[in-house]
Design a protein around this ligand. Structure first.
Ligand code: FNR
Length: 408
């Protein structure tokens, strides 16, 4: 029997959407939109890390398509409505969040940002947002579980029952409420930029990486050396029931494999063992959505992994309507390329209940820690607030396809 009891929604922090330039740290004053975090992060991170976070796969076709899909959708705003009391609160799996967006799972967050896994989860919880802990995170999931709001864990699993069941039990014992299984990484992607920059996971240190670090002393001292001093060499902590190898190993080992043998039978197995909400991330096919619904999955994150896996995979926004038709009562969420308040509103009007955002939040945490994450959330929240007023709505529930039209 599935236990669907969730912790009651905590008191939401007040939603301050009016930007007060005096309260924004100096380093972030020129960061006026989520896009602006990227060049700031490029100045802060060594090339191999910036390339890893910002990069896409092969030709970058899906990465570009994600933005183009949003650009092709326009609004048909309604006029002369009283929109003086706007709220962008949104309920998701029994929790009420301050915003309709959260933070995607991102591996290596604790290398890009000092204590990045905790900073993202804790700050998101303070703001009233969910943040999904990545299966490739470098902080034990038990520590993250104490920080989160809604407590979301994303797993990478091999097609091996003996591996899956103990990890699922570990995640449940830690107190996570929502388990996300990522299904679009049967093998690692062909990210040529990582090879060019000398980035490989696990890392292989050498002269090139040392030189790149020397050019970024603030990251090197403030994040990397500080991490080594406080907690020693980071390990892959959450790939299995036991601790994985360090990210800079003595011998060459790959801590993962066998993901190319994961099937719907494993989804059924997880469903039987996992008591909480169960979400699949990386679904793009309406047929797969129908299978997921039949397997008892609670929600989908419609995603092409931010254009980082199969190059040419269609944009999630373009698939939403067809997936909605086959998804029965599953909760639909979306990620990949969301950067503006208008993007969020378009996705919600097209049937998503919630959206998640990746790269900009990790850049924000890398540059300025919790203040960066807060700044990112506030910029996006303020855009949504303004856009709602101009669209003629004061509640997200008023978003319907009638407010959209092709942008010609
Ligand atoms: C990711 N993503 C990802 N997804 C996942 O399921 N598990 C993971 O460990 C990671 N790791 C990861 C690292 C980094 C640096 C990035 C940028 C992304 C994919 C992520 O969850 C999400 O699908 C995309 O990032 C969404 O696209 P945008 O918002 O970055 O365009």
């Amino acid at each position: 029997m599935r236990d669907r009891t969730l912790s009651p929604p905590a008191q939401l922090p007040s939603l301050a959407v009016v930007r007060d330039p005096q309260k924004v740290p100096r380093r972030l004053r020129r960061v006026l939109s989520l896009h602006d975090f990227e060049p700031a992060a490029q100045r802060h991170l060594p090339r191999f890390l910036f390339g890893y976070v910002s990069g896409a796969v092969e030709e970058g076709l899906s990465h570009q398509a994600n933005r183009q899909a949003f650009a092709a959708v326009g609004f048909v705003p309604r006029a002369l409505r009283d929109v003086g009391r706007r709220s962008q609160a949104r309920e998701l799996f029994g929790q009420t969040y301050a915003h309709p967006f959260g933070i995607c799972p991102m591996g290596f967050s604790a290398v890009a940002a000092n204590d990045g896994d905790v900073v993202l989860t804790r700050t998101a919880a303070e703001i009233g947002m969910p943040a999904i802990c990545s299966g490739s995170s470098l902080t034990p999931l038990e520590r993250i579980a104490g920080e989160g709001r809604g407590r979301w864990f994303q797993a990478y699993l091999p097609g091996d029952d003996a591996h899956i069941v103990p990890l699922v039990e570990r995640v449940a014992a830690a107190g996570f409420e929502t388990l996300v299984l990522t299904v679009d990484v049967p093998v690692s992607a062909n990210r040529e930029n990582n090879i060019r920059n000398g980035f490989d996971a696990p890392f292989r240190p050498g002269l090139s990486l040392a030189w790149q670090c020397a050019l970024r002393p603030r990251w090197f001292a403030g994040t990397w050396l500080d991490t080594l001093r406080r907690r020693g060499m980071p390990h892959f902590e959450n790939m299995a029931v036991t601790r994985g190898p360090p990210i800079v190993p003595r011998a060459r080992v790959r801590p993962w494999g066998g993901r190319d043998r994961v099937t719907w039978a494993h989804v059924g197995l997880i469903r039987r063992h996992w008591p909480g909400r169960f979400v699949l991330k990386g679904i793009l096919s309406p047929d797969d959505a129908a299978i997921a619904a039949a397997e008892g999955v609670d929600g989908l994150i419609v995603s092409n992994h931010g254009g980082r896996q199969l190059d040419g995979a269609v944009s999630p926004l373009g698939q939403l309507a067809a997936i909605r038709e086959r998804a029965l009562d599953m909760t639909l969420m979306l990620d990949s390329g969301v950067r503006r308040g208008t993007d969020v509103l378009k996705a919600l009007a097209m049937g998503a209940q919630f959206v998640f955002i990746g790269r900009p939040f990790l850049f924000a945490a890398a540059i300025a820690g919790p203040a960066g994450v807060r700044h990112a959330a506030q910029l996006l929240g303020a855009e949504i607030d303004r856009d709602m007023a101009m669209l003629g709505i004061d509640r997200l529930a008023q978003l319907t396809p009638e407010l959209l039209g092709p942008l010609r």
